[in-house]
Design a protein around this ligand. Structure first.
Ligand SMILES: [Cu+2]
Length: 68
């Protein structure tokens, strides 16, 4: 079953940020799609059996703070 989790990531501001997050989060198990909204500063992750903690860690690993 596919689910989507959205995170607020204020540090994203350009295509480079977007690519870094997509690469890091895209490598997490179960992730099928990563969308980065540069205007809304939001990262939406879709996939199955997603682990919230692992996704947060992946965004941090890419170099960005998750505020919610
Ligand atoms: Cu950037």
């Amino acid at each position: 079953m596919t689910e989507t989790i959205a995170y607020e990531v204020p540090g994203v501001h350009c295509a480079h940020c977007e690519a870094a997050i997509k690469q890091e989060v895209g490598g997490v198990e179960g992730v099928e799609r990563v969308e980065v909204d540069l205007e809304a500063k939001k990262v939406s992750v879709s996939g199955s059996a997603l682990d919230d903690g692992t996704l947060r860690a992946a965004i941090s690993e890419a170099g960005y703070d998750v505020v919610s």
